[in-house]
Design a binder for this molecule. Sequence first.
Ligand code: ARG
Length: 371
Amino acid sequence: MNGTASLVNSWNEWDPLREIVVGVADNACFEPREPGHRPQLRGKDGGAFPTGPKPPEMIDRANEQLAGLVSLLRSHGVTVRRPEAPRLAEPVRTPSFEVPHQYCVVCPRDVMITVGHEIVEAPMSRRARYFEYQAYRKLVYEYWNADPRAVWTVAPKPSMADSMYREGFWEWPLEKRHREMHASEFCVTQDEVVFDAADISRFGRDLLVQESMTTNRPGIRWLKRHLEPRGLRVHPVHFPLDFFPSHIDCTFVPLRPGLVLTNPDRPLRKGEKELFLRNDWELIDAPRPVSSDDEMPRFCQSSAWLSMNVLSVSPEKVVCEEAERPLQELLDRLGFEVLPLPFRDVFEYGGSLHCATWDVNREGSARDYFP
Ligand code: ARG
């Protein structure tokens, strides 16, 4: 980095990557059941979802694949930083909620976001993830101390009290789910500001924010009022066929200016496509994942569409999960250099390649792709 460039600088999901944070699996626990989350085992043999710390062999396997991502990125000239995992296995008690233990610090994407020269810590939507930002504070201080232009913002923390959730949500019959979906009502109410950073997708001056189980309307309103006076535009988006929406990066994935990878099972709400069509962007459906949802790892709570959770090293170069050959072939036909990498052992920690990272620096500046 030369003297005039900013250390904190990232405006979109695809510009050439210079510095990124990759999560760590150390100290990870199984995600606890709570009003905002009901973890379930995959497959038919049933049984209760485990609680407490994950077995060391499992953690080692995930750490090995995370280390694989770190070496791959370094070999492409990217600076990679890691958080330090705090202790996560103890109970957490605040004035408004208690939870038996925390989860993990594998997915910085869900918690942290760089918007231009600004680092934003998300409020979060689940109790077990309320304090996850702490794992990144040391890095945030470093960036903030080193870069006089860097702005650091902590979004308002919600109470996560019982009243913030609709616990009945998990038992809604299909018909009700359908009705409420169209009103975008999920497990969090609309009384407090709630969002996870991974519901945001950055396109230069424009940001899409998905309304979901992890982001509500006050959350989007907060982002709008915070970012729009800085010359950015915030667009709420909806994918009405996704009954359990959370985090946009398995649903709508921009790869370079003019091209978004879309999820054929989760079309964008009518009318919300216009922004893209008017500006001649291509929306290309991803091929189906190679696994079915049932074939996903036993403790994984994400859908098989983790296949789409690719990480851009540049507008020409994309890291893709090793097994997802059909997607790799599509990317190849679209002119990308594909870097395949095994990452399946990370899935049960909340995501894949994009989720497990937080880009702090990508070349480029605030461009207007939707004039
Ligand atoms: N809800 C998504 C799915 O199951 C998974 C999103 C993972 N993304 C993340 N940033 N943790 O399709």
